[in-house]
Design a protein around this ligand. Structure first.
Ligand SMILES: Cc1cc2nc3c(=O)[nH]c(=O)nc-3n(C[C@H](O)[C@H](O)[C@H](O)COP(=O)(O)OP(=O)(O)OC[C@H]3O[C@@H](n4cnc5c(N)ncnc54)[C@H](O)[C@@H]3O)c2cc1C
Length: 313
C-alpha cells in the first residue's frame, strides 16, 4: 500500500486549489493520502483539506513559526512527517518549488519535478526543454518519491460530504534558528488569481507601456479574467513579474486565454500548453502564436482591443 503525504499550500486561511490538484495526482498513484497542514492556527485550512474527496486523513502541525510559509521552517517538519510514507508531493508552484528540494535533500533523495502523468507509483512523465519534449522518469524502489506536481495537468479533486479525520501532530523537530520571517510585500488585486483563473487576458511587448496595459485590464474586467503577460512585457516594466506566464513564469490552464501582442515564443507557449481555447490578437499574420490559437484576429491591438471591450459592454 502506498502512503502519500501531500503538503498543503494555503494563503490567508484558504486552501490553495493547487493542493486539490495534487490530490488528483495522488489518487492516480493509488494509496492512502495524508494532507499535512502547517500553520500557526491550521484548523480552518485543515477542515477544507479534509473535505477533498480521496483524502484519507489530515495532519496539522501548529506552531507560531508557521504563521508564514517559510521553506526553511517547513522542510525539517515535512521530512520528519515523511517517515513511513512512500511519497511526498507538493504543487509545482513557487511554494512547492521552494520547499520540496529541501525536503528531498533532508531525505537524501533526488526530487522529481512537474509530474504530468503517472505511469505507475514510481514512473512518471514530466516535461523537459520548456515543454518541447516529455520524459519518463523512474524513482528507485528504495527511495521515497519526493515530487512536485504540475498543477495545470491535473483537475481539482472534488469535494466530499464525508470529511477525512483531522488530528494534530507535533514532530520532534526544533524550528531552524537561521531563518525567520521579516516581511511580505505583495501586490493586492481584486482580480482573479492568475494561477487559478478560468479566463486570462495576457499582453506582450507590443503594449508598449504600463499605461497601455490599462486596455487589457478593462477587457479583463469585462470578462472577469485575470491579467497575465509575456516576459518581454515584464522585463520592460509594464507589469510586475508575478504576472509572467511561461517557462520562467506561471504555468496556467485557463478555459480561455487571450494573447494580445504576444509573438508566441516557445518559452511563453509552455505556460499555456493546457489552456482550453486560445485567442490571439497580433498584427503579424505569421506570428507563431497563430499556430496554437483556436481563434485569431490579425490587426492592430490598439484598435481591436477597445472594439472587443466595447462589444462586450
Ligand atoms: C530561458 C528563457 C526563459 C524564458 N521564459 C519566458 C517566459 O516564462 N515567458 C515568456 O513570455 N517569455 C519567456 N522568454 C522569452 C521569450 O523567448 C520571448 O522573448 C518573449 O516571450 C517575447 O515576448 P513578446 O511575445 O511579448 O514579445 P515579441 O516577441 O517582441 O512579440 C511582440 C508581438 O507583438 C506583435 N505586435 C507588435 N505591435 C502590435 C500591435 N500594435 N498590435 C498587435 N500586435 C502587435 C508583433 O507582431 C509580435 O508578434 C524566455 C526566454 C528564455 C531564453
Amino acid at each position: 500500500m502506498h502512503k502519500i503525504l501531500i503538503v498543503a499550500e494555503h494563503h490567508d486561511g484558504k486552501l490553495d486549489p493547487a493542493t486539490a490538484r495534487c490530490v488528483s495526482c495522488a489518487q492516480k498513484i493509488d494509496g492512502e493520502i495524508t494532507l499535512a497542514v502547517l500553520g500557526d492556527a491550521p484548523a480552518a485550512v485543515a477542515a477544507q483539506a479534509a473535505a477533498l474527496a480521496g483524502v484519507t486523513r489530515v495532519r496539522t502541525v501548529a506552531h507560531p513559526v508557521h504563521a508564514h510559509a517559510l521553506a526553511a521552517a517547513y522542510a525539517p517538519q515535512i521530512a520528519a512527517l515523511a517517515a513511513g510514507h512512500t511519497h511526498v508531493l507538493a504543487p509545482s508552484t513557487t511554494f512547492g518549488k521552494d520547499l520540496l528540494p529541501r525536503v528531498a535533500a533532508l531525505l537524501g533523495v533526488a526530487q522529481v519535478s512537474d509530474l504530468m502523468q503517472v505511469e505507475d507509483a514510481r514512473r512518471f512523465v514530466r516535461p523537459i526543454y520548456a515543454g518541447n519534449a516529455l520524459v519518463t522518469v523512474e524513482v528507485p524502489q528504495e527511495q521515497t518519491v519526493v515530487a512536485t506536481v504540475r498543477t495545470a495537468s491535473w483537475p481539482e479533486a472534488a469535494a466530499t460530504a464525508q470529511p477525512a479525520p483531522i488530528a494534530p501532530q507535533a514532530p520532534d523537530v526544533a524550528p531552524p534558528a537561521h531563518t525567520r520571517f521579516v516581511a511580505l510585500e505583495s501586490g493586492k488585486s481584486d482580480r482573479p488569481d492568475l494561477q487559478n483563473a478560468g479566463r486570462v487576458v495576457a499582453g506582450g511587448r507590443a503594449l508598449g507601456s504600463a499605461e497601455n496595459f490599462q486596455l487589457l485590464y478593462r477587457l479583463a474586467d469585462r470578462l472577469g479574467a485575470a491579467v497575465g503577460a509575456s516576459r518581454a512585457a515584464v522585463d520592460a516594466g509594464y507589469v510586475p513579474s508575478d504576472l509572467q506566464v511561461g517557462q520562467t513564469g506561471k504555468i496556467i490552464a485557463p478555459a480561455l486565454y487571450i494573447a494580445v501582442g504576444i509573438s508566441g515564443a516557445i518559452q511563453h507557449l509552455t505556460g499555456i500548453k493546457d489552456a482550453g481555447t486560445i485567442v490571439a490578437i497580433n498584427k503579424d499574420a505569421e506570428a507563431p502564436i497563430f499556430e496554437v490559437a483556436d481563434y485569431g484576429l490579425v490587426g492592430d491591438l490598439f484598435k481591436l482591443v477597445p472594439e472587443l471591450t466595447q462589444a462586450l459592454d
